[in-house]
Design a protein around this ligand. Sequence first.
Ligand code: LLP
Length: 391
Amino acid sequence: MFKKSQIETFKSLKTPFYFYDMDLLDKTIEQVKLHGQSKGYHIHFAIKANYNFRILEKMLEAGFGIDCVSGPEIERSIEAGFSPDQIAFAGVGKTDEEIQIGLDHDIFSFNCESLQELEVLNDLASQSEKVAKVALRLNPNVSAKTHKYITTGLHENKFGIHPDRFSDLFELLPKLAAIKLTGIHFHIGSQVTDLESYRQLCERVNEFQNIFEGKGYNLQHINLGGGLGINYKKPEEEAMPNFKSFFELFDNYLDVKPDQEVHFELGRSIVGQCGSLISKVLFIKEGVSTHFAVIDAGMTELIRPALYQAEHSINILTSDKEPITYDVVGPICESSDTFRRGISLPEVQRGDLLAIRSAGAYGEVMSSGFNLRKQVKAYYSDELVEKAVTD
Ligand code: LLP
């Protein structure tokens, strides 16, 4: 929960804004180090989840690498201090310019998703007189049992190379002199809460590895992607996933060859729970069967409820009155601009502050300028007092 002094400071800040609990981020990172890095696993932070420099600083200190999906993400990672040999570059539609950025920096791995991409990468690499290191993203046809918009590992999804293309792939690879195959890559989806999906992934990875070995390829690394989900129903620390059982599962089920590296690309599970969107109640409106609490944050600041029907927990920070039932809605001209329906919250009035929790991943970075809304500010628990004074 927020400290009283923090809530007092929030009252002096222009809402809405993002607030990051840096102590919780530290604690989360400690868990990843304790259960993942200690096993020799390489962790890449999925910068797409949150690209704030203050957050990236923590990932750098932790010794994590970065997982990118665009040229600008590669550039930002380097600006934040990451070494190019810690950068994996995934994405089903990399432009020539983006590929060139990766080549110019000699990144750790291009995670390639199609045969045509391999050919283009090979051409561009040979023009630059470079050899690009490649991990092939393979489609394992494993269900992540998550929202269909964030499921990526099924054959019907656009991601990864389908096993039906393997024979063409094995014909093509020896012709690509400017490519060095270093690994295989997977990512089954995001907000995965059933670890059974990862066990199935391990089975598929083991099978694929044998196929590649049979063709004479000794893979230096396996990249299992990210996707580990958090508990959006629980606050803060309790929202954190069980990293111990996550990493132990791979320890138990994945066949790792001697000297082979195992990589992960975690985004949400590291940064999700430490962020909140702080907003103010603008109006209370009586609906037919509900009270609308109209707040000053909208889907422009946090699109997850509108896009994935995600339910973020909401805490009222400045009222402890008896609870009543609300629909918490934003100001945007879309009915999907609704954070929660039929939620029981302490009675609020105009001016009360509330926190929309676990918004640290895919929150601020997915904000938009729809309705000409301005980008909101971010504050960090370890510098909040100083910021509040200067703002
Ligand atoms: N690796 C690859 C190749 C990915 O595409 C992603 C996420 C990750 C790693 C990191 O996944 P994570 O550990 O954060 O689940 N906007 C959606 C999530 C989209 C995830 C896209 N890819 C949401 O708000 O739920």
